[in-house]
Design a protein around this ligand. Structure first.
Ligand code: PLP
Length: 366
């Protein structure tokens, strides 16, 4: 049983995809074609935000947001210790310093109190990472960033369609970064990403920077030294075809997660959900004290699994210079978290099988 299987999502779309390939091949605008503008409009609307700029990947989306906000050398950006390295990488790439803070023991998402303690004179922004598909408690975090006047940026790479208190990921920060890496909840057939923002000027700045700083009125004038980071027409066409099915896919993930919650043995505890959060379950993460026994049992039965992430960012060699304080919750979690198979077409009987394999292990250990 695979950890992730996207055939069930992609195969029914083959007819529509064939039409899209032919259409892009026909008009020949492989970069900046009409599919890009159409998807950008659809995705902005989906997120409940005013603007979407397609970019090359999620890491670029984060970098472009930071650069467009004027964040760079001399600035500090607060990021959770428990996230994919890209969040911190983007901060380093723009020349700022990541300041790692600990996560909450229940949700493993960034702790608003730890953020409040870490804010200092050099803090320019806080990146709220909606990890595993669950949005950060945005009310508490926005209260902290608002009080201190620092920008709140969303890393929504794992949270397409997630909600907190009814508001969608991508609609609560000054800007949000999305990734369309194939394994994400909304995945392209290669790399892709987007910046979503309600701030028209900020979105325009991101668009300019992502396209070599090129003026929108005169293509031979470059207003800023930017870069090349664009979503191409084929990927935009794929995403435009997949977007209408995203909510349904997310419901199916939620059903699988509910089944896990009901049938897992007592010592495999799913990461807690905030009562106001509607997670899209990008990953099915549980905490299990004896992880080695669990993974041995899963391996023996051919069940795929993952760990997200085994080494917290502040303990990665790449960020050794920025490991200014311990993050005990993230460090403890790194040793006990386990990601179980999770994808929209994961059948209930497969979930039951994973639960049974883990249950037998518990039995065998006693
Ligand atoms: C995937 C991911 C990214 C980076 O996205 P890419 O498209 O792979 O560059 C950033 N942050 C988080 C939390 C992610 O999961």
């Amino acid at each position: 049983m695979p950890f992730l299987d996207l055939d069930g999502v992609n195969t029914p779309l083959r007819g529509d995809l064939d039409v899209a390939w032919k259409s892009v091949l026909g008009h020949g605008h492989f970069v900046g074609g009409p599919e890009v503008a159409a998807f950008e409009a659809d995705f902005a609307r989906y997120c409940g935000s005013g603007h979407c700029v397609g970019v090359a990947n999620g890491t670029d989306a984060l970098e472009l947001i930071l650069t467009a906000l004027g964040i760079g050398a001399g600035d500090e950006v607060i990021v959770p210790a428990n996230t994919f390295v890209a969040t911190a990488e983007a901060v380093c790439t723009v020349g700022a310093r990541p300041r790692f803070v600990d996560v909450r023991p229940d949700t493993l998402l960034v702790d608003a109190d730890a953020v409040a303690d870490a804010i200092g004179p050099r803090t320019a922004a806080v990146v709220a990472v909606h990890l595993y598909g669950q949005m950060v408690d945005i009310d508490r975090l926005a209260e902290v960033t608002g009080r201190h006047g620092v920008a709140l940026i969303e890393d929504a790479a794992q949270a397409h369609g997630a909600r907190f208190a009814g508001r969608r990921a991508g609609s609560v920060g000054v800007a949000a970064a999305f990734s369309f890496y194939p394994g994400k909840n909304l995945g392209a057939f290669g790399d892709g990403g987007a910046v979503v923002s309600d701030d028209a000027a900020l979105a325009a700045r991101v668009r300019l920077l992502a396209n070599h700083g090129r003026s929108v009125t005169d293509r031979h004038v470059h207003e800023a030294s930017g870069r090349n980071s664009r979503l191409d027409s084929l990927q935009a066409a794929v995403l435009g075809i997949k977007l209408p099915g995203l909510d349904d896919d997310n419901v199916r993930r939620r059903r699988a997660m509910e089944r896990y919650r009901e049938h897992l043995p007592a010592d495999c505890v799913p990461v807690a959900q905030h009562p106001l959060a509607e997670s899209v379950h990008h990953l099915g993460v549980v905490r299990v004290p004896d992880r080695a026994a669990a993974t041995t049992a899963l391996d023996a039965h051919g069940v795929g699994w993952g760990i997200h992430y085994p080494v917290p960012c502040h303990l990665q060699p790449a960020f050794a210079d920025f490991a200014t304080s311990a993050c005990p919750v993230a460090e403890d979690a790194a040793g006990t978290i386990l990601s179980l198979p999770m994808y929209p077409t994961l059948e209930i009987d497969r979930v039951d099988r994973v639960c049974a394999v883990l249950g037998e292990r518990e039995h065998a250990c006693r």
